[in-house]
Design a protein around this ligand. Structure first.
Ligand code: NAP
Length: 224
């Protein structure tokens, strides 16, 4: 799919080492953006970077943990050192630690909220100043349909994704006057490592509730 021309624009994509983040990185590269790809582990991240660059793209990989503010502050500083600007932030990194509330450990609540929700806060806080200096920017937060409808066994994930929706609406109101748009994308079930360990029964049940009769693909989100 063709998208707009992002020549000379700089995009940071969190969780870019696989799944939806990888597809978003490839799509932004097709639009000619300079990319900073980040995740905690180098293995997948370097492979995505190498593949994008082998196809004529401009991607750099920097490891970070979105749940740690100093890690994202450093990531933003490194991006400015390399390119002098930040135009786009895609807050995509996310995890699940599912369980019913009676069995959910406090650490599983905390890690999901810290990565999914606080990770978006950390990302936004790290890029806001450079974007204001640039007189504009685009922030895209990946939330989930589960943040809108809830799901048994996913209270931590649903709370984190509902929180992202509130964060997005507030940031859009706060930063709109600075020409920084803040939007959220709420995918349904997408076939990635995150959903690949679900039982066949559950996947069949999900498919029956989806008009197209199939799970989404990472590209369905990236194209958006
Ligand atoms: P995935 O395949 O599991 O990929 C998750 C990515 O996030 C990986 O690159 C992972 O790399 C990175 N990540 C995880 N924790 C991180 C951290 N603390 N700091 C930096 N990076 C971190 O997941 P996905 O399915 O592509 O999901 C991507 C986003 O879409 C998530 O926010 C998810 O909630 C959302 N979403 C997914 C679906 C779905 O059905 N798949 C539906 C709706 C929304 P490392 O492990 O190396 O850090």
């Amino acid at each position: 799919m063709q998208c707009c021309d992002l020549t000379n624009k700089v995009a940071i994509i969190t969780g870019a080492s696989r799944g939806i983040g990888e597809a978003i990185a490839i799509q932004l590269s097709k639009c000619n953006a300079n990319l900073i790809l980040t995740a905690r582990n180098a293995e997948g991240l370097d492979a995505v970077k190498d593949s994008i660059n082998a196809h004529g793209g401009h991607a750099h990989a920097i490891l970070s943990d979105v749940s740690i503010m100093s890690s994202l502050t450093k990531l933003a500083a490194n991006t400015i050192d390399k390119f002098g600007r930040i135009d786009i932030l895609v807050n995509n990194a996310g995890i699940t630690h599912d369980n019913i509330i009676m069995r959910m450990k406090e650490k599983d609540w905390d890690s999901v909220l810290n990565i999914n929700l606080k990770g978006c806060f950390n990302g936004i806080k790290s890029v806001t100043r450079p974007m204001i200096k640039n007189k504009g920017g685009r922030i895209i937060n990946i939330t989930s349909i589960i943040g809108q409808i809830g799901n048994a066994g996913q209270s931590n994930y649903a709370a984190s994704k509902a929180g992202i929706i509130g964060l997005t609406k507030s940031m859009a109101k706060e930063l709109g006057s600075r020409n920084i748009t803040v939007n959220a994308v709420a995918p349904g079930y997408i076939s990635t490592d995150m959903t690949n360990n679900l039982s066949d029964d559950l996947i069949e049940k999900m498919k029956s509730s989806i008009p197209l009769g199939r799970l989404g693909a990472p590209n369905d989100v990236a194209n958006l």
